[in-house]
Design a protein around this ligand. Structure first.
Ligand SMILES: [Ca+2]
Length: 347
């Protein structure tokens, strides 16, 4: 073998061996991380972005904190408001309940009294309920509506009355009231005979009923109120009405009171007149002129069943609710009540 060939073989062996020992040389060399200028710029930009982002995040965190705080405050406010509302609602509810219970208490008291008053029908005459004074003597002391039993002697039916259990000792049966002013008192004979109106508001108890209730020696009390809130009264003993055959003629005894002069005296011993029954002592038709039913003479010194005029209109007419002795002929009063009680009523 020539030396040249041997040398070539030897080199080949060395190279082969080397390749066997260092196979990595056959692989592609790994990409070196270049640090060229372009990449450096990119990196710098990235850092700035990061900084911006960090700043934004910091800002957002602050905003979030502020918002959370605000939300918390708002929530607390809402809670406080709800609590306040709940408190006032509870207060209102309790007031309502209180009022309702008082109302039902009074109502049930009156119901019981009415029931008890009705039950007295079967009792003996000594215990009979004639009027509000009888109820008062049976310890019914609350003013309001009661039902009186039928009167067997007169054959009259049961009667709803309003009792005044407070004024001057109580026991008063109210026979007339003016205070609301919505219903007309310009009615005919039959209506005045039987009564009309609302027992809790304005009404006339009825001449037949008044006649029946005043058979015993009776006091009449007239209470007047003007539009300035002043209150006066006139009281009479020996008050009575005659029967219908005698036109429910009025009779009065002595006057006591503070109404200026006694403006019912003029109507004493005078028959009752209505728009359809002129029983007055005058050429004129007083009931038609004064627009009410009353004991018109020629014509009036008082007209308690006249026209109801409201404040502002109350001084312009002659046909109003008048008491000449106190406010004259053209002043229409704000409130009137006529009530009766037996003279032997014991306080
Ligand atoms: Ca006449």
């Amino acid at each position: 073998m020539p030396v040249k060939v041997s040398m070539q073989l030897a080199w080949l062996c060395v190279i082969t061996l080397s390749l066997a020992i260092y196979p990595v040389w056959l692989q592609k060399p790994p990409k070196r991380r270049t640090t060229s200028g372009n990449t450096q710029l990119k990196l710098m930009g990235c850092c700035d972005e990061m900084k911006d982002l960090k700043l934004q995040i910091a800002n957002l965190s602050t905003m979030l904190g502020t918002l959370s705080k605000k939300q918390e405050d708002d929530w607390m406010n809402v809670v406080m408001q709800v609590m306040e509302l709940e408190g006032s609602t509870k207060q209102m509810e309790s007031r309502l309940t209180e009022a309702e219970s008082k109302y039902s208490e009074i109502n049930s008291q009156i119901d019981i009294m009415q029931l008890q008053a009705a039950q007295t029908v079967t009792q003996t005459s000594a215990d009979a309920v004639y009027d509000c004074s009888s109820l008062y003597q049976k310890n019914y002391r609350i003013s309001g509506v009661y039902k009186l039993p039928p009167d067997e002697f007169l054959g009259s039916p049961d009667l709803e009355v309003y009792c005044d259990m407070e004024t001057d000792g109580g026991g008063w049966t109210i026979i007339q009231r003016r205070k609301v002013g919505l219903i007309s008192f310009n009615r005919d004979w039959k209506q005045y005979k039987e009564g009309f109106g609302n027992i809790r508001g304005d009404f006339w108890l009825g001449n037949e009923n008044i006649y029946r209730l005043s058979r015993r020696p009776t006091l009449l009390r007239v209470e007047l109120e003007d539009w300035e809130g002043n209150i006066r009264y006139a009281q009479y003993n020996q008050f009575t009405l005659s029967n219908e055959f005698n036109s429910y003629r009025l009779f009065l005894g002595n006057y006591t009171g503070n109404t200026g002069h006694d403006s019912l005296r003029y109507h004493n011993n005078t028959a009752f007149s209505t728009k359809d029954k002129d029983n007055d002592k005058c050429v004129d038709d007083c009931a038609a002129l004064r627009k009410g039913g009353y004991w018109y003479s020629c014509c009036t010194d008082s007209n308690l069943n006249g026209v109801y005029y409201r404040k502002g209109e109350h001084t312009k007419n002659m046909d109003g609710i008048t008491w000449y002795g106190w406010h004259g002929s053209t002043y229409s009063l704000k409130r009137v009540e006529m009530k009766i009680r037996p003279e032997d009523f014991k306080l």
